[in-house]
Write a protein that binds this ligand. Structure first.
Ligand code: FDM
Length: 212
Protein backbone atom coordinates (compact mmCIF):
# COMPACT_ATOMS: atom_id res chain seq x y z
CA UNK A 1 0.00 0.00 0.00
CA UNK A 2 3.00 2.27 0.40
CA UNK A 3 4.22 2.25 -3.17
CA UNK A 4 5.56 0.22 -6.05
CA UNK A 5 7.88 -2.66 -5.18
CA UNK A 6 10.75 -1.04 -7.10
CA UNK A 7 10.55 2.18 -5.09
CA UNK A 8 13.71 2.91 -3.18
CA UNK A 9 14.03 3.84 0.44
CA UNK A 10 15.20 7.21 1.75
CA UNK A 11 18.53 7.94 3.42
CA UNK A 12 17.70 10.24 6.29
CA UNK A 13 20.44 11.64 8.49
CA UNK A 14 20.14 13.29 11.90
CA UNK A 15 22.96 15.52 12.99
CA UNK A 16 23.56 17.71 16.00
CA UNK A 17 25.63 18.17 19.12
CA UNK A 18 25.69 15.60 21.88
CA UNK A 19 22.45 15.78 23.90
CA UNK A 20 20.55 17.51 21.09
CA UNK A 21 17.96 14.71 21.08
CA UNK A 22 18.98 12.78 17.97
CA UNK A 23 18.69 9.36 19.53
CA UNK A 24 15.21 9.80 20.99
CA UNK A 25 13.94 11.41 17.80
CA UNK A 26 15.38 8.54 15.71
CA UNK A 27 13.39 6.08 17.76
CA UNK A 28 10.21 8.10 17.37
CA UNK A 29 10.65 8.46 13.61
CA UNK A 30 11.32 4.74 13.30
CA UNK A 31 8.09 3.76 15.01
CA UNK A 32 6.14 6.43 13.15
CA UNK A 33 7.24 5.20 9.70
CA UNK A 34 6.73 1.62 10.82
CA UNK A 35 3.19 2.37 11.88
CA UNK A 36 2.50 3.81 8.43
CA UNK A 37 3.64 0.55 6.87
CA UNK A 38 7.03 1.66 5.55
CA UNK A 39 10.07 -0.57 5.67
CA UNK A 40 12.54 1.35 7.82
CA UNK A 41 15.59 0.75 9.99
CA UNK A 42 17.38 2.93 12.46
CA UNK A 43 21.18 3.04 12.14
CA UNK A 44 23.88 4.98 13.90
CA UNK A 45 27.47 5.97 13.37
CA UNK A 46 29.81 5.07 14.81
CA UNK A 47 28.53 1.52 14.49
CA UNK A 48 30.40 0.13 17.48
CA UNK A 49 29.66 -3.52 16.65
CA UNK A 50 32.17 -3.94 13.83
CA UNK A 51 35.91 -4.53 14.32
CA UNK A 52 36.62 -0.92 13.35
CA UNK A 53 33.74 0.21 15.55
CA UNK A 54 35.32 -1.51 18.55
CA UNK A 55 38.53 0.48 18.02
CA UNK A 56 36.47 3.67 17.82
CA UNK A 57 34.57 2.80 20.97
CA UNK A 58 37.75 2.11 22.88
CA UNK A 59 39.10 5.50 21.75
CA UNK A 60 35.92 7.36 22.73
CA UNK A 61 35.90 5.81 26.19
CA UNK A 62 39.54 6.80 26.68
CA UNK A 63 40.73 3.21 26.78
CA UNK A 64 43.06 3.85 23.88
CA UNK A 65 44.90 6.80 22.37
CA UNK A 66 45.06 7.43 18.65
CA UNK A 67 46.46 10.16 16.44
CA UNK A 68 43.70 12.57 15.31
CA UNK A 69 44.13 11.63 11.64
CA UNK A 70 44.01 7.94 12.46
CA UNK A 71 40.74 8.10 14.38
CA UNK A 72 39.27 10.30 11.64
CA UNK A 73 40.02 7.64 9.05
CA UNK A 74 38.60 4.93 11.30
CA UNK A 75 35.30 6.80 11.60
CA UNK A 76 35.27 7.07 7.82
CA UNK A 77 36.18 3.40 7.36
CA UNK A 78 33.31 2.56 9.69
CA UNK A 79 30.94 4.21 7.19
CA UNK A 80 32.64 2.56 4.22
CA UNK A 81 32.25 -0.89 5.74
CA UNK A 82 28.49 -0.34 5.91
CA UNK A 83 28.18 1.29 2.48
CA UNK A 84 27.21 -1.72 0.39
CA UNK A 85 24.63 -2.88 2.91
CA UNK A 86 23.28 0.65 3.04
CA UNK A 87 22.89 0.74 -0.73
CA UNK A 88 21.26 -2.69 -0.82
CA UNK A 89 18.75 -1.69 1.86
CA UNK A 90 17.83 1.53 0.07
CA UNK A 91 17.48 -0.18 -3.30
CA UNK A 92 15.29 -2.88 -1.80
CA UNK A 93 12.92 -0.18 -0.54
CA UNK A 94 14.00 0.15 3.08
CA UNK A 95 14.45 3.66 4.41
CA UNK A 96 17.27 4.32 6.87
CA UNK A 97 17.20 6.81 9.70
CA UNK A 98 20.83 7.40 10.52
CA UNK A 99 21.98 8.98 13.77
CA UNK A 100 25.19 10.86 12.70
CA UNK A 101 27.01 10.53 9.38
CA UNK A 102 29.84 12.18 7.44
CA UNK A 103 28.98 15.63 8.81
CA UNK A 104 29.80 14.45 12.33
CA UNK A 105 32.99 13.01 10.90
CA UNK A 106 34.08 16.32 9.40
CA UNK A 107 32.76 18.62 12.16
CA UNK A 108 34.33 16.75 15.07
CA UNK A 109 37.72 16.23 13.42
CA UNK A 110 37.88 19.81 12.09
CA UNK A 111 37.08 21.05 15.57
CA UNK A 112 40.31 19.38 16.67
CA UNK A 113 42.22 21.42 14.10
CA UNK A 114 42.39 19.09 11.12
CA UNK A 115 41.99 20.65 7.70
CA UNK A 116 38.35 20.55 6.62
CA UNK A 117 39.10 19.50 3.03
CA UNK A 118 41.38 16.75 4.28
CA UNK A 119 38.54 15.59 6.52
CA UNK A 120 36.05 15.51 3.66
CA UNK A 121 38.25 13.55 1.26
CA UNK A 122 37.70 10.02 2.60
CA UNK A 123 33.94 10.59 2.61
CA UNK A 124 33.81 11.13 -1.17
CA UNK A 125 31.83 8.33 -2.80
CA UNK A 126 29.71 7.42 0.21
CA UNK A 127 25.97 7.66 -0.40
CA UNK A 128 24.62 11.17 -0.04
CA UNK A 129 21.68 11.57 2.31
CA UNK A 130 18.31 12.47 0.83
CA UNK A 131 17.68 14.57 3.89
CA UNK A 132 19.80 16.05 6.66
CA UNK A 133 17.98 17.25 9.74
CA UNK A 134 20.10 19.30 12.11
CA UNK A 135 18.90 19.42 15.68
CA UNK A 136 19.96 22.90 16.63
CA UNK A 137 20.68 23.64 20.28
CA UNK A 138 23.06 26.12 21.92
CA UNK A 139 26.00 24.14 23.36
CA UNK A 140 25.33 25.59 26.83
CA UNK A 141 21.75 24.31 26.76
CA UNK A 142 22.82 20.88 25.61
CA UNK A 143 25.32 20.74 28.46
CA UNK A 144 22.57 21.70 30.95
CA UNK A 145 20.56 18.67 29.88
CA UNK A 146 23.14 16.60 31.66
CA UNK A 147 23.99 13.08 30.80
CA UNK A 148 27.31 13.93 29.22
CA UNK A 149 28.58 10.44 29.86
CA UNK A 150 32.25 11.27 30.18
CA UNK A 151 33.22 10.20 26.68
CA UNK A 152 36.11 11.96 25.00
CA UNK A 153 34.22 14.71 23.14
CA UNK A 154 31.58 15.47 25.76
CA UNK A 155 32.95 18.81 26.93
CA UNK A 156 31.34 22.19 26.55
CA UNK A 157 34.27 24.05 24.97
CA UNK A 158 34.78 21.33 22.41
CA UNK A 159 31.07 21.14 21.59
CA UNK A 160 31.07 24.90 20.97
CA UNK A 161 33.76 24.45 18.38
CA UNK A 162 31.94 21.49 16.78
CA UNK A 163 28.85 23.71 16.45
CA UNK A 164 30.87 26.23 14.43
CA UNK A 165 32.03 23.56 12.03
CA UNK A 166 28.53 22.17 11.62
CA UNK A 167 27.48 25.69 10.66
CA UNK A 168 30.22 25.85 8.05
CA UNK A 169 29.19 22.50 6.61
CA UNK A 170 25.47 23.15 6.52
CA UNK A 171 23.88 24.01 3.21
CA UNK A 172 20.44 25.38 2.32
CA UNK A 173 19.00 21.89 1.84
CA UNK A 174 19.47 21.06 5.53
CA UNK A 175 16.38 21.18 7.69
CA UNK A 176 17.30 23.05 10.84
CA UNK A 177 15.14 21.95 13.74
CA UNK A 178 14.89 23.98 16.93
CA UNK A 179 15.91 21.29 19.41
CA UNK A 180 15.07 23.51 22.38
CA UNK A 181 11.36 23.02 21.73
CA UNK A 182 9.47 20.34 23.67
CA UNK A 183 10.19 16.80 22.41
CA UNK A 184 6.69 16.42 20.99
CA UNK A 185 6.95 19.61 18.92
CA UNK A 186 10.31 18.56 17.55
CA UNK A 187 8.85 15.15 16.77
CA UNK A 188 5.87 16.60 14.92
CA UNK A 189 8.04 18.80 12.71
CA UNK A 190 10.43 15.99 11.93
CA UNK A 191 7.67 13.52 11.06
CA UNK A 192 6.31 15.83 8.36
CA UNK A 193 9.72 16.52 6.84
CA UNK A 194 10.64 12.83 6.85
CA UNK A 195 7.41 11.74 5.23
CA UNK A 196 7.89 14.23 2.39
CA UNK A 197 11.35 12.86 1.82
CA UNK A 198 10.26 9.20 1.86
CA UNK A 199 7.55 9.97 -0.67
CA UNK A 200 9.89 11.83 -3.03
CA UNK A 201 12.37 8.94 -2.93
CA UNK A 202 9.56 6.50 -3.72
CA UNK A 203 8.70 8.61 -6.71
CA UNK A 204 12.19 8.13 -8.10
CA UNK A 205 14.46 10.85 -6.72
CA UNK A 206 17.93 9.60 -7.74
CA UNK A 207 20.44 8.35 -5.20
CA UNK A 208 23.63 10.44 -5.28
CA UNK A 209 27.09 10.47 -3.72
CA UNK A 210 29.10 12.64 -1.36
CA UNK A 211 30.58 15.14 -1.28
CA UNK A 212 27.79 17.52 -2.27
N1 FDM B 1 31.96 11.21 16.00
C1 FDM B 1 31.00 10.50 15.37
C2 FDM B 1 33.11 11.61 15.31
O1 FDM B 1 33.98 12.25 15.88
N2 FDM B 1 33.24 11.28 14.00
C3 FDM B 1 32.30 10.56 13.32
O2 FDM B 1 32.45 10.28 12.13
C4 FDM B 1 31.12 10.17 14.04
C5 FDM B 1 30.07 9.37 13.35
O3 FDM B 1 31.79 10.28 18.13
F1 FDM B 1 31.10 12.61 20.08
C6 FDM B 1 31.85 11.50 17.44
C7 FDM B 1 30.61 12.22 17.84
C8 FDM B 1 30.41 11.76 19.27
C9 FDM B 1 31.06 10.42 19.34
O4 FDM B 1 28.91 9.46 18.94
C10 FDM B 1 30.14 9.26 19.55
P1 FDM B 1 27.57 8.95 19.69
O5 FDM B 1 26.47 9.47 18.81
O6 FDM B 1 27.59 9.58 21.07
O7 FDM B 1 27.66 7.45 19.75
Amino acid sequence: STGQSDARGALIVLEGLDRSGKTSQSARLLSHLNSLGYAVESWRFPDRDTAVGKMISSYLTNQSQLDDHTIHLLFSANRWEKRSLMEAKLKSGTSLIVDRYSYSGVAFSSAKGLDIEWCKAPEVGLLAPDLVMYLNIPPEKAAERGGYGGERYEQLEFQKSVAKYYEMLSDPSWKIIDACLPLEDVEKQMKEIVLDCVVSCQKGKPLTHLWL
